[in-house]
Design a binder for this molecule. Structure first.
Ligand SMILES: CC(=O)N[C@H]1[C@@H](OP(=O)(O)OP(=O)(O)OC[C@H]2O[C@@H](n3ccc(=O)[nH]c3=O)[C@H](O)[C@@H]2O)O[C@H](CO)[C@@H](O)[C@@H]1O
Ligand SMILES: C=C(OP(=O)(O)O)C(=O)O
Length: 436
C-alpha cells in the first residue's frame, strides 16, 4: 500500500510553484467539446489523475485528446458520441460537465448518475433544472440521466437556488449555442467560473458578467477551437500557505493570486500569520504562536470549503477555541476522526467543529477520506511529534501534483513509499518508530 510518511518538526523555507487549477481545467476541457472546428490548445494543465479521467471521457465521446508537457490539445471536430459511462463518473464527479456541451452541440447527452461521495450527497438537480428551462427533456432511469432537446436549446432566465459551481458551468456551456439569451441568476462567482467564461468567449461565445451574481449568455450558431492558459490553483496555493504557517516557516508561494485568496489571507492574518504580496506571489511567514479564529465556509468570495480541512489542521495548533462551520457540503468532516487519532482535541456539533487548541499533535497512521483531507493530514503531520503515515493517496493524486516532493523541497522530512519499500529501506527507523 502506498503511503506518505512525514516526520513533524521542520520549519518550511523557500519557494514553491503552484500548478494550473484542477477546478478550472476540468470545465475548460469539457467546454472544448463545443468547438466544431479546429484544435483547442490548453496550457498550464496539471498532470493530475482527474485530468487523465476527463481526457478519457472526451476520448470516449469521440474527441481526440493529446496531453504532453502540461499542454492538452483537443480536437472535437468529428461527430460526437453522447454517453459518459459510470466508470468515469464514479472516479470523478466533474465528468457530468460534459452534459452541457453535448446537449448544446449534439442535442442529446446520456451521463451516469454520479451518486453520493465522501463529502455529501451532491445532487445535480440544479444542472438539470437549468437544462429543462432551456427546453431539454430530462429523464432519469437505470442509473443514467438522459437529456434531449428538439432542435437548439432555447435561451431562458434561470435562477439557481444555490450558487452551484458545477450548475453554473454546465448551464453556461449549454447556453453558448442556444437560441437567444440565457440569464443565470444567483450564479457562482468563483475564479474558475471567470476562467471558463474567458475560454468560451475566445471560442466565439458571448458570455458577460462572469464573476458577478448574474451571467448573461447570448447564444451563437457555432464555436471554434482556441488557445487558453489555465489560472493558477488557488486551493493548492492556499494549502502551501497553511503548510508554511503551521510550521512557523517562511515560504514564497509562486503563482498565488491575492484576489483569489482574500478570505484565506484575512483569516491567516487574524491568526497572526504575516503575508506579503510579492510580484511572483504571496510570501507567508508563520508566527511563533497562532491565535484561534472562527471560520464559516461559503460560496466565493466567502471562505472556500476546499480549504476547510487544511484550516482545521492549522486551528489544531492555534491557542484558544476555534469553530469551523461548514455550510456548503453537509458531510465534509470525515477527517475529524483522523485528526483525533493524532491526539486532536476536537468535536463535531451539527454542522460545526469545535477545536480546543493547541493540541499536542502526535504522529499516527491515518487515512485520507477525501482530496483536501489528504493534504490536511499531511499538514498536521508537519507539526506532529513523530511519524505520521497517510494512506489512501488516490484522493491526494486527484488534486495535488508531487505534493510530497514540493514539501520536501521546502525542507519537510517527508517521503512517499509503498509498504514493501518502507520495510526494506527504512527497517531501523520503521521498527524504532513503531515501538515509540
Ligand atoms: C470540480 C470542481 O470544480 N469542484 C468544486 C465544485 O464542486 P461542485 O460544482 O460539485 O459544487 P457545487 O457548487 O455544485 O455544490 C455546492 C453545494 O450545492 C449542492 N448542489 C449542487 C448542485 C446541484 O444541482 N444541487 C445541489 O444541491 C451540493 O450538494 C453542495 O452542497 O465546487 C465546490 C464548492 O466550491 C468545490 O468544493 C469543488 O471542489
Ligand atoms: C471536492 C473537490 O473536488 P471535486 O468536486 O472534483 O470532488 C475539491 O477539489 O476539493
Amino acid at each position: 500500500m502506498e503511503k506518505i510518511i512525514v516526520r513533524g518538526g521542520k520549519r518550511l523555507n523557500g519557494t514553491v510553484q503552484v500548478e494550473g487549477a484542477k477546478n478550472a481545467v476540468l470545465p475548460v476541457i469539457a467546454a472544448s467539446l463545443l468547438a466544431s472546428e479546429g484544435k483547442s490548445i490548453i496550457r498550464d494543465v496539471p498532470t493530475l489523475s482527474d485530468v487523465y479521467t476527463i481526457s478519457e471521457v472526451l476520448r470516449h465521446l469521440n474527441a481526440s485528446v493529446t496531453f504532453q508537457d502540461n499542454e492538452i490539445t483537443v480536437d472535437a471536430s468529428r461527430e460526437l458520441f453522447i454517453e459518459a459511462p459510470f466508470e468515469y463518473v464514479r472516479k470523478m464527479r466533474a465528468s457530468v460537465l460534459v452534459m452541457g456541451p453535448l446537449l448544446a452541440r449534439v442535442g442529446k447527452a446520456r451521463v451516469a448518475l454520479p451518486g453520493g461521495c465522501a463529502i455529501g450527497s451532491r445532487p445535480i438537480d440544479l444542472h438539470l433544472k437549468g437544462f429543462e428551462a432551456m427546453g431539454a427533456k430530462v429523464k432519469v432511469g437505470n442509473g443514467f440521466i438522459e437529456a434531449e432537446s428538439e432542435g437548439r436549446l432555447k435561451g431562458s432566465k434561470i435562477y439557481l437556488d444555490f450558487p452551484s459551481v458545477g450548475a453554473t458551468q454546465n448551464i453556461m456551456m449549454a447556453a453558448t449555442l442556444a437560441e437567444g439569451m440565457t440569464i443565470i441568476e444567483n450564479c457562482a462567482k468563483e475564479p474558475e467560473i471567470v476562467d471558463l467564461a474567458n475560454f468560451l468567449n475566445k471560442m466565439g461565445a458571448i458570455v458577460k458578467g462572469a464573476g458577478t451574481g448574474t451571467i448573461r449568455i447570448e447564444g451563437v450558431e457555432s464555436l471554434f477551437a482556441t488557445e487558453h492558459t489555465i489560472i493558477p490553483d488557488r486551493i493548492e496555493a492556499g494549502t502551501f500557505m497553511i503548510a508554511a504557517a503551521i510550521t512557523g516557516g517562511d515560504v514564497l508561494v509562486k503563482g498565488a493570486v491575492p484576489e483569489h485568496l482574500t478570505s484565506l489571507v484575512a483569516k491567516l492574518e487574524e491568526m497572526g500569520v504575516l503575508i506579503i504580496e510579492e510580484p511572483q506571489g504571496l510570501r507567508v511567514i508563520g508566527p511563533e504562536k497562532l491565535k484561534a479564529v472562527d471560520i464559516k465556509t461559503m460560496p466565493h468570495p466567502g471562505f472556500p470549503t476546499d480549504m476547510q480541512s487544511q484550516m482545521m489542521a492549522l486551528l489544531l495548533c492555534a491557542e484558544g477555541t476555534g469553530v469551523i462551520t461548514e455550510t456548503v457540503f453537509e458531510n465534509r468532516f470525515m477527517h475529524v476522526e483522523e485528526f483525533r487519532r493524532m491526539n486532536a482535541d476536537i468535536k463535531i456539533e451539527g454542522r460545526s467543529v469545535i477545536i480546543n487548541g493547541p493540541s499536542e499533535l502526535q504522529g499516527a497512521e491515518v487515512s485520507a477520506t477525501d482530496l483536501r483531507a489528504a493534504a490536511a493530514l499531511i499538514i498536521a503531520g508537519l507539526k506532529a511529534d513523530g511519524y505520521t503515515r497517510v494512506t489512501e493517496l488516490k484522493h491526494l493524486d486527484r488534486g495535488y501534483l508531487n505534493f510530497h516532493l514540493k514539501l520536501a523541497g521546502l525542507g519537510a522530512d517527508i517521503e512517499r513509499v509503498n509498504d514493501e519499500v518502507e520495510i526494506v529501506d527504512n527497517v531501523n527507523e520503521y521498527v524504532s518508530d513503531v515501538n515509540v
